[in-house]
Design a protein around this ligand. Structure first.
Ligand code: F6P
Length: 458
């Protein structure tokens, strides 16, 4: 193999450049040229395929910094539809014209579904990324534990069967995805811990909404910030119990800090956050405010008198506040855990392409004996009986629904990822860069400007 392509698709994560870097470093050693396709799949849909040569003379371009968040290649949520064979052929033809012999897509479940049709005409490999940590399986058979029912729209609705009551952590396929650890770091450190002290002084109830779509991993990991209550999408909110826990905590400590995964549902399975029925280009529901919805419910059921009675002199509306952490979880410098494993996965993706694998995913595995290591599986292992890859949902045994906290197994799950997740250099970077006087006089230099200068077209 002399030349490969690489692209970043779907929502970005802080570790994308680290994955690209790992792939390019491995390719340099194997004397393989790497072309970065600009803006994910949409770059290949453009007949001129904007691209950048990432390793001229087999040395990595200086713009590719594994410590920088985002993606120097840009990302988009545009995908190729499996039944659009004409487009698939066109894209494959363009890649052939560029002399590209294999493609690495860095992405999540949406990317792998979009990569599938292309793998029919072209060797493709997926290097995982997603802050949601939802690419993978809790155990191998889980892929086929789905029911399919016809929906009114003429499409299908997929419903997850209950599955196994317990899981072994060592059985997990893809233990953690690059981007997840940094998102948790932001949620726990910048989000919860900072909001805690202000809620504490003002005697308020803070509801902090974290990302993750229908998977509660970020919410679970936010336990490191010691929130009083964690609500995850996998376990429907039992409202009466939640309200009574909030009252109990408020009585005790005069404030409450609650973390809500954006995809939380009520006991009828209705999403609390999906107030707007809109979807993004990939068809995902846009979550617009689970925290806000819960605030309205609490304000109504606890009522103004309660807070006035506590000599708060404030209405329920102002005593309860919400904070959506949003895209801060997706941006900025990746922490050590993400950088290191993202780079390993990028390197492994190059290796398996060279070995002749197609339609495969590189994975990050963990066992107590070996710690973390990279491996690979065929993408079909993640597909249900109809060929669909569903986002992994956190196994409910990782959560203690009674205490609204991680269970013992949940804690065991988090420890290997986070115990040494932050590097000394991550902290030193804050010390040196945050109040660098130069920041006051120099404009931000966007890598997009430099990449534009390197851009080539078919
Ligand atoms: O899938 C990653 C993710 O960050 C989700 O956690 C979140 O719901 C969504 O993307 C936000 O997407 P966008 O960047 O398109 O607003």
């Amino acid at each position: 193999m002399r030349r490969i392509g690489i692209l970043t698709a779907g929502g970005d994560t802080p570790a994308l450049n680290a994955t690209i870097h790992g792939a390019v470093v491995r390719a340099n050693a194997l004397k393989i040229e790497v072309y970065g396709i600009i803006k994910g799949f949409s770059g290949m849909l453009n007949p001129r395929v904007p691209h950048v040569h990432l390793n001229p003379l087999f040395s990595t371009i200086p713009e590719l910094n594994p410590c920088a968040g985002g993606s120097i290649l840009g990302a988009s949520r545009t995908y190729i539809h499996a039944d659009d064979t004409a487009t698939v052929q066109e894209v494959a033809g363009r890649l052939h014209s560029l002399g590209i012999e294999g493609l690495i897509c860095i992405g999540g479940d949406g990317t792998i579904n979009g990569m599938q049709p292309l793998s029919q005409c072209f060797p493709t490999v997926l290097a995982p990324k997603t802050i949601d940590n939802d690419l993978g399986l809790n155990y191998a058979e889980e892929a086929t534990e789905w029911l399919r029912e016809p929906a009114q729209s003429g499409k299908f609705l997929y419903r997850k069967l209950p599955g196994r009551p317990d899981v072994e952590l060592e059985e997990m396929i893809n233990y953690a995805t690059p981007g997840y650890a940094t998102a948790v770091y932001v949620a726990a450190a910048s989000g919860i811990q900072r909001i805690r002290t202000t809620a504490e002084s003002h005697r308020r109830i803070a509801i902090i909404e974290v990302m993750g779509r229908d998977s509660g991993y970020i919410a679970l990991g936010s336990a490191y910030g010691q929130p009083d209550i964690i609500l995850i999408p996998e376990v429907p909110v039992n409202y009466p119990r939640l309200e009574s826990r909030v009252r109990e905590l408020y009585e005790l400590q005069k404030h409450v800090v609650m973390v809500v995964g954006e995809g939380v549902v009520d006991e009828r399975g209705h999403s609390l956050g999906a107030i707007s029925k809109s979807t993004d280009p990939a068809g995902n529901v846009i979550f617009s405010g689970a925290a806000e919805h819960l605030k309205q419910m609490l304000a109504k059921s606890i009522g103004d008198e309660y807070f006035v009675g506590k000599r708060r002199n404030e209405s329920a509306d102002s005593a309860i506040f919400t904070r959506k952490l949003g895209h801060t979880q997706r941006g900025g410098r990746p922490i050590l855990f993400d950088r290191f494993h993202a780079a390993q996965l990028g390197g492994k993706a190059v290796e398996i392409l060279v070995e002749g694998f197609n339609n495969c995913i590189v994975t990050l595995q963990w066992t107590a004996g070996r710690g973390f290591f990279v491996d690979s599986i065929t993408a079909n292992k993640l597909r249900d009986q109809w060929g669909i890859i569903h986002p992994r949902r956190m196994h409910h045994s990782l959560y203690d629904a009674h205490r609204f906290q991680p269970s013992k197994l949940g804690i065991e799950y988090l420890l290997p990822i986070f115990t040494n997740a932050i590097g000394a250099d991550d902290l030193e970077e804050v010390r040196m860069q945050q109040f660098n006087p130069g920041n006051l006089t120099r404009r931000y230099q966007s890598v997009n400007v430099d990449m534009q200068k390197r851009m080539r077209y078919l």
